[in-house]
Design a protein around this ligand. Sequence first.
Ligand SMILES: C[S@@+](CC[C@H](N)C(=O)[O-])C[C@H]1O[C@@H](n2cnc3c(N)ncnc32)[C@H](O)[C@@H]1O
Length: 250
Amino acid sequence: MAYQASAQFYDLFTLGKEEEQAFYQLLAQEVGSPALELGVGTGVFAFHLAEDGITVVGLEKSREMLQEARKKLQKAPPEIAKRLLFIAGDMSDFSLDQQFRFIYVPSGSFQYLTTRKEQLGCLKSVKAHLHSEGSFVFDIWVGDSDPTGTWRRLETVSLPKGGAVTRSISTRAQESKGIIDTVLRFDVHDKTGRITDTFYDWSQLAIMTVEDVKFLLAEMQFQVETIYSSFTRAPWTPEAERAIFVSEPI
Ligand SMILES: C[S@@+](CC[C@H](N)C(=O)[O-])C[C@H]1O[C@@H](n2cnc3c(N)ncnc32)[C@H](O)[C@@H]1O
C-alpha cells in the first residue's frame, strides 16, 4: 500500500506546496470551521488551518502517515493541538458523528480512489457530513502521465542528522484500465553520497477528466461552483494540467 515506507520522509518533500497551502487557508477562512481533510497524511495543511483558528479533523488510511501526524500533534503548542484530531479511516466510506463547513481533499488524493464505487462512496460520505451551506473542494491531475515506467529523479533533500534522501518516481499510465501505476523510491545517502538504504511505495491513481468529475458530482447532487486550474485561482482552461473543484451540496 501507498504511504507506508515514505511516511517518515513525507514532510521533507513538502517544499513547493505554499500556493496550495495558502489556497486552502484562505478558503477555510471564507467558508468557516470546522473542517475535514480527507487523506490528511502527516497533517501539513491541517496544522496551518489550525494555526489560523480553524478546527480540523483529519481522516487517514495509512497507519504510518497517521503516526507521523500524531507525533507532530504531541509536540504542537496546546492552543493549536486542541483544534486538531487525526483519525483512522477510509475516505471512500466513513461515518463521523459531526458535520463540517469545509471538506477538502488536497494534493490530488481523490485519485487514490480508483473505482467508481469508491469515488461515489466518498462523495456520498462527504454529502452526509457537509453543512448545507458548506463547501467541498478537491483537485485532480488532468495532465499527461508517463506510460513507460521510466524512473525520474525528483529531488534530493538533506537529512537533519546528516546525509540526504533522493526521491524518484516511476509512473505507468494504463489508459485502457484508467489507472496510473506509480512507484516512489527513496534512496537514503550517507555523508559521502553512498546509498545506504532504499524504500519503495506503490500506489494506483485513477486517470480522471474534468467531465468525469462533473458527472460524479452531479450524480451525488453537488453543484460545481467554480473550477480553477491553479491554486492562485486562475480559471480552468482545457489546456490546464490540474483542475480544482469547488462545489456545494444542492
Ligand atoms: C498525497 S498524500 C496527501 C497528504 C496530505 N493531504 C497533504 O496534502 O500533504 C495522500 C494521502 O491520502 C491517503 N489516502 C489514500 N487513499 C486513502 C483513502 N481511501 N482514505 C483515506 N486516506 C487515503 C494516503 O495514505 C496519503 O496519506
